[in-house]
Write a protein that binds this ligand. Structure first.
Ligand SMILES: [Zn+2]
Length: 433
């Protein structure tokens, strides 16, 4: 297959103003400029670029989108009780399908998930055609899918047994956060990880002020030091947020090869300080741009994340020059791929890389003229400008029509399921236990 008459942004060298790209099987075999070397599909002058890589989120939480927006303690007041009362495997499937539909339509080609019933999420992911990472949650709080930490490890092992080696789904484990696991469980995760080489470990890290206070009070260390001392701060760790970092923490992360998943919308909406992204990048840490769960960041495409990411760094650093559009675009593609340990396969368009790409229209009045392609993509392009999405050489969406999912049924199921949460929400609002 050859795609031609395209403006190509490979993220692996300069833009090709009028180019073509050849795909063999699931990978890119060749790129060129000018007329294609054979029969080709005409891209009409649209942009072809790598699909976005979203390295942190909770797919089924689309069903909680917009709930309890202004409640500071909503994790403990709403989310955990609702999850315990309402989240079944079927609910997880319905929320996941909505998230996958939104991701494909928004130009995301790889997602990372940490939640419950990950085996069901992996099945939905495989059916949708998207590439993704599924991490079974391990935590000391009661979870919808397991009773106790041991059962969480058992589920993670079963997940690894079933999905290791799958072409698009990568299994893993997800200790929820340092405060919801603790040093002993984190050390068990490190041992699990040794026994399952190459499978990523996802965690929320240095996300809240309470977490930092807990680490100092209970363990006399920083939360990053707790993770390091457990043997988990290393390549293959996907650390979401990383807001409250000491200078030593930043250096430890950069030296370790662990990846940072930056969630600017979720953090900003939570009233949290800006994560020190320009500093982490300057120190050489892999940093990706992530949507987080839809209850925190509302949308799952990365167009919605790029402008807030660069604006927050400009505000924090007091200069227009901080985190330029080209760098935030790199975070959303190449950076996310590195964070997930897939930097040799996805995130750029180059021979040998997987054909994970999107076709983006640049002809809306809001995008014209295009002086600076990166600035156009970061500040004035919307997810609805994505015309087509391809993963591993297979179109998942063409002309805005998603080919692998039943759109109407997914939307109807999601609305119906969300209505079913009403009674529990009313009970929480009444202050019932
Ligand atoms: Zn999260």
């Amino acid at each position: 297959m050859i795609l031609a008459n395209a403006r190509i942004l490979p993220m692996d060298g300069p833009e090709i103003p009028r180019g073509w790209l050849r795909i063999d099987g699931d990978s890119i075999s060749e790129l060129g400029t000018g007329d294609p070397p054979g029969p080709a599909e005409d891209m009409g002058g649209d942009l072809i670029m790598p699909g976005f890589v979203n390295p942190h989120g909770h797919l089924p939480m689309t069903l909680f989108r917009g709930l309890a927006e202004e409640v500071d303690d909503r994790l403990f007041r709403y989310i955990l009780p609702l999850e315990r009362a309402c989240v079944t495997e079927q609910v997880v499937r319905i929320g996941t399908r909505l998230a996958l539909l939104e991701s494909i339509r928004g130009g995301v080609t790889t997602v990372a998930d940490m939640y419950y019933f990950e085996d069901a999420i992996a099945e939905e992911l495989a059916a949708s055609g998207l590439r993704g990472l599924v991490g079974q949650t391990v935590a000391t709080f009661p979870a919808p899918d397991v009773s106790g930490v041991d059962a969480g490890f058992d589920r993670a092992s079963a997940l690894a047994d079933r999905w290791t080696g799958h072409p698009t789904v990568t299994p893993g484990i997800a200790p929820h956060a340092p405060y919801s696991t603790g040093p002993e469980i984190l050390a068990r995760v490190a041992a699990w990880s040794e026994a399952h080489p190459g499978l990523p470990v996802q965690i929320h890290l240095a996300e809240t002020a309470d977490e930092i206070a807990w680490a100092a009070r209970e363990h006399g260390r920083s939360t990053v030091e707790i993770v390091r001392d457990a043997g988990l701060l290393r390549p293959g760790l996907v650390a979401a947020h990383c807001i409250y970092l000491t200078d030593a923490d930043r250096e430890a992360i950069a030296a370790s090869g662990a990846g940072v998943a930056h969630c600017p919308r979720a953090n900003g909406k939570g009233g949290r300080p800006t994560a020190p992204i320009t500093d982490l990048l300057a120190r050489g840490a892999p940093v990706g741009l992530a949507a987080d769960g839809a209850m925190s960041g509302n949308t799952l495409d990365l167009f919605s994340q790029m402008a807030p990411a660069t604006i927050a760094q400009k505000v924090a650093n007091g200069t227009r020059a901080a985190l330029p559009p080209s760098e935030v675009l790199a975070m959303a593609t190449v950076g996310g791929a590195r964070v997930l340990g897939m930097g040799d396969r996805i995130g750029r368009l180059a021979p040998g890389y997987r054909a994970d790409l999107i076709r983006v229209a640049l002809d809306d009045p809001r995008q014209q003229p295009v002086w600076d392609l990166a600035a156009t993509l970061v500040f004035s392009t919307l997810p609805s400008d994505v015309r087509a999405t391809m993963v591993g050489g297979r179109w998942l969406m063409r002309d805005r029509q998603v080919l692998t999912l039943e759109v109407d049924a997914i939307l109807a199921d999601a609305r119906q399921t969300a209505l079913g949460f009403g009674a529990k929400i009313a009970e929480i609002d009444r202050g019932a236990p």
